[in-house]
Design a binder for this molecule. Sequence first.
Ligand code: GUN
Ligand code: ZN
Length: 431
Amino acid sequence: MQAQAYRASLLRFDDAGHARYDSDGLLVTGPDAAGRQVVLAAGDHATLAGQFPGLSVTHWPGRIIAPGFVDLHLHYPQTDVIGSPAEGLLPWLEHYTFPHEARFADGDYAAGVARFFLDELARHGVTTALTFATSHPASVDALFGEARARGLRLITGKVLQDSHSPDGVRDQTEQSLADTEALIRKWHGVDRLGYAITPRFAPSCSEAQLRGAGELAARYPEVWIQSHVAENLDEIAWARALFPQSRSYLSIYADHGLMRRRAVYAHCIHFHDEDRALMKDTGTAAAVCPTSNLFLGSGFFDFAGAERVGFLHGLASDVGGGTSFSPFHTMLAAYHAGRASVTGGGEGKPGVSLAPERLWWQHTAGAARALGLEGVIGNLQPGCEADFVVLNPQATPLLARKTAQAENLAELLFAMIVLGDDRLVERSVIA
Ligand code: GUN
Ligand code: ZN
């Protein structure tokens, strides 16, 4: 790949997570010593242009170049489960999700869904995802194969679920752990791909399976871990009954060696401060999934509590519990969840008004930080891999009208968060 230069408005973040914006910006990308396509320079066009004489510049007037979005938690096999109505999490899993996931034993079927899923991520401006596969190794091979062909940085793993799961998705303890290790060796670190050890959630895993997963997590410290926790009150009661010796639902994972840097737990809604402290002390991250939490009636993530204790968290769609692939829909739902969340243990204090640049950061550079990939993806500072989106703030009549009236960056970003969807994303560029 040659050096490339792009001129447009340019959004990126500094190390403190504050937005930097050049209304007439320049982004220069090119190969680093290892051959990866990275950002070589980013900033004001007038300042930078003279430093790259002879480089032809692609000009996108009226457009905004921004970091590709990072989705911290979703399920590629649930692409067709979006919008399936249920009373709550457990009936939704039983009636829709498990029967659907059983189809992914067939690698050809899985590859077809993987292609559609990756097309959909690109259309929505998501350039990296941490996604569940299913319990079938073929589902992992299918997605990694497609992602590799597209040059994507993507993380996935075979779901572990040897208990309380129906025929068709239930796996066998020993075999599931052997399959996980074989998949780690086959895929982790190949091109831009990463493996995640994936216990579905404590109620679907035997003690032996969780222990084995924790042993693999210790043996492969660069591999990710992903699971679910504290999403729904019935789920919590079930997990507590199955593992009564653990202090809380979250502690079950700690007790099995599954909380550490590069571990990402979806939802994290019904937490006490001991749980928040455990997240922080272990370097574990929360994937906040507001469209899913609203859809399944699970509750609201406590953003103020997470900030107060200071544990890693970022945004996620949780498709198919989530209702949209769009990062704009997720950011808006996160804003609503912040408004609705009651801080301080239910004493009725009003929720928070999350700043637009904070929401955007939590879906880009902040999400990358939660993955341990700060400075690698989710930002457009020099050295970052050159995954970016080109946004058209004139994409709809109302967006054009509203963004034209923005008097500062917060107003511009908020207009796009509130009014944006896939029409805003003109293109996604993969390094
Ligand atoms: N808990 C266990 N499995 C799932 C799942 O597929 N989706 C959600 N939202 N929660 C879960
Ligand atoms: Zn999920």
